[in-house]
Design a protein around this ligand. Structure first.
Ligand code: UD1
Ligand code: CA
Length: 460
């Protein structure tokens, strides 16, 4: 039986945050979720997450994760103490893999290799090391003259000479279960931080420690997140990878370094994304679409050949093939645009379904509405969907012409082929093919203007 222990009880002081460190997001996903995905790649593993500081928030976050056991570490006396608490909760185990909730970029293949190396060497522990450009903050790997592993020294306990060592501990360990249970109670907390260091277990020779360092080539894979700066570095790396994947999938990114992508965003070939666009969450963009400069798109599905002009904000919406949106349009949740719909500038939609070829080109609010095929919604049209208490629906049929500056006071419907005159306040249903107007008659006073201008200019 393999137990995977994920350490997530620390306070994360260096983040200066009210949110537990492991719930901070990199490229739109909490650090902890990334580590758990790696843990879940190991078949048959039992997963224990050690929580302490901020445990309410973490428990809430994991409330749907049926495959995870929580172990509470209170107070937080160090990484060694945390693993002890986890193993008390888990019971006996042949093998124990320890991951840190703040080391989010580990690849599944590396974990498999680590487990394999320990088994092959019949070692009491195998652990990952790497040699980053800047080792500051990490525990250093002390080796003897012949290169054999001696011990890990934390930066705060290290001598000047030890600080110059560039090989560091990644904080990822595969233990023999019997060994680690036996060794943990032997730890002491006589060190700079007054904590039980898990790292000290690796050099407990009297408990039979035989530790095998496993080197990771790419130091970024085992980057730890202790500060906002490190979080930003991980975020940037993931987003650069996402941009690379988008290009590999056939998307053209103009000035890719300015484009912000979650790795969950999917592109078909021949999409063009203009500078400074941001695409997040479960967003998919089909072939030949163009995303304009500065657009922000979240959890939305765009069909083929869609044009999103610059500076649109689109959330939880579906946009059909060939539709044109923006510039400066806001599509809110539940917007569904069928093929070839046109939404122009300064148009806001919410729970709005526009059928094939419908148009709303200027300055309009469409909320809780259905608009039929080929219907034209003029400039300045507003659905008055809220009466101060509840939302109401507006239904507009197909081939309708809604003139400019019309208010539709919901609930209300406009039948197929009807015409609503400019400036009308629609408070009653409009039958199919009818003309609806609610204008007061216009009065012209002939020759009035020149006298008016004369009076006004004398006063000043
Ligand atoms: C740790 C290692 C260091 C290594 C580095 C790699 C120790 C003593 N040091 O240092 O050698 O180079 O990781 O990233 O292990 N945690 C608990 N309970 C505690 C303390 C910590 O669950 O009482 C958790 C933290 O939430 C975190 C992880 O353990 O997820 C590591 O703790 P952290 O304080 O970040 O250790 P580092 O100083 O980074
Ligand atoms: Ca850390």
């Amino acid at each position: 039986m393999l137990t995977v222990v994920v350490l997530a009880a620390g306070r994360g002081v260096r983040m200066r945050s009210g949110i537990p460190k492991v719930l901070h997001e990199a490229a739109g996903r909490p650090l902890l979720d990334r580590v758990l995905s790696a843990a879940r790649s190991l078949p048959g593993a039992r997963i224990v997450v050690v929580v302490g500081a901020g445990r309410e928030a973490i428990s809430r976050h994991l409330s749907d994760a049926g495959d995870v056991t929580l172990a509470v570490q209170e107070p937080q006396l160090g990484t060694g103490d945390a693993v002890r608490v986890a193993l008390e909760a888990a019971g006996g185990s042949d093998e124990v893999l320890v991951l840190s909730g703040d080391v989010p970029l580990l690849r599944e293949a590396t974990l498999a290799r680590l487990l394999e190396e320990r088994r092959r060497a019949r070692a009491s522990v195998a652990f990952l090391t790497t040699t980053p450009a800047d080792p500051t903050g990490y525990g250093r790997i002390v080796r003897d003259a012949s290169g054999g592993f001696v011990r890990i020294v934390e930066e705060k306990d290290a001598s000047d000479a030890e600080r110059r060592i560039r090989e560091v501990n990644a904080g990822v360990y595969a233990f023999d279960g019997a060994f680690v249970s036996r060794a943990l109670p032997r730890l002491s907390k006589e060190n700079a931080q007054g904590e039980y260091y898990l790292t000290d277990v690796l050099s407990l020779r009297e408990e039979g420690a035989r530790a095998v360092p496993v080197q990771v080539e790419d130091a970024s894979e085992v980057m730890g997140v202790n500060s906002r700066r490190e979080l930003a570095a991980v975020d940037a790396l993931l987003r650069t990878r996402a941009a690379g994947a988008a290009m590999d999938a056939g998307a053209t990114l103009l000035r890719p370094e300015t484009i912000t992508l979650d790795e969950t965003v999917a592109f078909e070939p021949d999409v063009v994304v203009e500078p400074f666009a941001s695409l997040f969450g479960a967003t998919r963009v089909a072939k030949g679409s163009r995303i304009g400069q500065g657009a922000v798109i979240r959890d939305s599905v765009l069909g083929a050949g869609v044009t999103v002009r610059p500076y649109c904000v689109i959330e939880s919406s579906r946009i059909g093939d060939g539709a044109v949106v923006g510039p400066f349009a806001r599509l809110r949740e539940g917007t569904e645009l069928a093929e070839n719909v046109h939404i122009g500038n300064f148009v806001e939609t919410k729970k709005a379904r526009l059928a094939k070829g419908a148009k709303a080109n200027h300055l309009t609010y469409l909320g809780d509405v259905e608009v039929g095929e080929r219907t034209n919604v003029g400039a300045g049209v507003i659905t008055c969907n809220y009466d101060g208490f509840a939302k109401h629906k507006t239904t507009i049929g197909k081939d309708v012409f809604v003139g400019s500056d019309v208010q539709l006071v919901a609930p209300v419907s406009v039948g197929d082929g009807a015409i609503v005159g400019a400036g009308t306040t629609v408070t009653q249903d409009v039958p199919a093919d009818a003309l609806a107007t609610s204008r007061s008659p216009q009065a012209n006073v002939p020759g009035y203007a020149p006298g008016y201008r004369e009076r006004k200019s004398k006063k000043n």
